[in-house]
Design a binder for this molecule. Structure first.
Ligand SMILES: [Zn+2]
Length: 373
């Protein structure tokens, strides 16, 4: 484990972006967060400002985490290994408020050098990955909008009855609730900061739980709702090495030859910007600014060239079609559109397998023999 791993976001080691689709395989009711009121005649699904249903990233993340929790709870960890805790009850957390206070008190007395590192050490696998009151989550899941066409008539309405949780008898009702039909596709985008391979393995395992129907999304799952499938379509990995290479072109070996570069005519001002992007497949705003600065593009030079600032330069380059932007990363026009469906797919499957076997190895070290991993 890297020494600076505690930092999570503070030290950039690598970032993995998982893109794909979430497809409903049954009706889906992801509610708008309103309490289940037996008097209510209508339980809407959550919708965006234009009335299109979407899946809040937090809803998906909650189900993903709780299903991984139940899996890890079924294993018997070796002494000193913390796989999972109960993040909802403070006293049952791997690091409770009390324990956190204790760690910081020990630090004041000089018994512990680095209290934050100590909290990291005492936290469980899932708090490392999904966060806790003391740790930032490594996993960020964007809200998932519908991919493609949507008409409000596609939304179904079903009738339900409220079940009294205490007595498990039928309460007042019936009530209507909205349902997104099967085969509705939502766009999925997940960013994982500084993940260990086994942590990506945990996410892949979580995805499998959805695919196999163990993990169900939204409400009314007891009525057969909430089955979804995850289709991973792209894996983007960004490492400091890639950023370094883009800043020091002479370090880079095997740069693509001129013939492989897309042929485009460029306004003169954009040539350096394009040169930066040629050296790296993609750069985000800060990476591109840093790369341009090493080429002598000061703020003054930007203004002399007729731009207000870097942002203005990028916006004009985007408008002129010199570069493209996708999810916060800039691409050389043409590069992001290269047809590579088949090799990419193999690549995704290989990566998924590698992450899952990293998880299997890690679990083998972490649990007792009789857990039979
Ligand atoms: Zn925990």
């Amino acid at each position: 484990m890297a020494d600076n791993q505690f930092c999570g976001f503070e030290v950039f080691e690598n970032r993995v972006k998982l893109e794909g689709a979430l497809i409903s395989k049954s009706g889906l009711h992801v509610g708008s967060g309103r309490a289940l009121d037996p008097e209510a005649s209508d339980l809407p699904v959550v919708k965006d400002f234009s009335g299109r249903p979407f899946i809040p990233g937090s809803s998906f993340k909650g189900v993903l985490r709780s299903n991984l929790e139940s899996f890890l709870r079924s294993l018997k960890p070796k002494q000193g290994v913390k796989l999972v805790c109960n993040p909802i009850a403070d006293g049952e957390r791997c690091v409770s408020s009390e324990k956190k206070k204790d760690i910081f008190q020990k630090a004041t007395r000089g018994e512990i050098a680095d209290p934050e590192k100590e909290i990291w050490k005492q936290s469980c696998w899932l708090c490392h990955l999904f966060g806790s009151p003391w740790l930032a989550s490594k996993v960020k899941i964007a809200d998932m909008p519908i991919n493609g066409n949507w008409r409000s008539q596609m939304l179904g309405v079903r009738q339900g009855v409220a079940i009294d949780r205490e007595s498990e008898t039928v309460g007042e009702g019936p009530y209507d609730f909205e349902v997104v039909p099967p085969e509705t596709e939502f766009k999925m985008s997940i960013v994982v900061e500084n993940p260990e391979p086994y942590e990506l393995g945990l996410l892949m395992l979580g995805f499998q739980m959805f695919d196999q129907g163990f993990a169900l999304l939204g409400g009314n799952t007891s009525r057969g709702l909430g089955r979804v499938e995850i289709k991973l379509e792209d894996i983007l990995e960004i490492t400091p090495q890639q950023i370094l290479e883009s800043l020091n072109p002479e370090l880079e070996e095997g740069a693509p030859s001129e013939e492989e570069q897309p042929k485009i005519t460029l306004p003169e001002h954009f040539q350096q910007l394009v040169a930066c992007l040629k050296e790296a497949a993609q750069l985000n705003h800060n990476g591109l600014v840093a790369s341009l600065q090493t080429r002598g593009w000061t703020k003054q030079k930007i203004r002399e060239a007729g731009f207000k600032n870097f942002k203005d330069l990028f916006e004009k380059a985007l408008k002129d079609g010199v570069i493209m932007e996708k999810n916060g990363f800039y691409f050389l026009k043409g590069k992001e559109e290269m047809p590579e469906e088949a090799p990419k797919k193999v690549d995704i499957e290989q990566k998924q397998r590698a992450w899952l076997s990293a998880l299997a190895r890690k679990l083998k070290e972490a649990v007792e023999e009789e857990s039979n991993v």
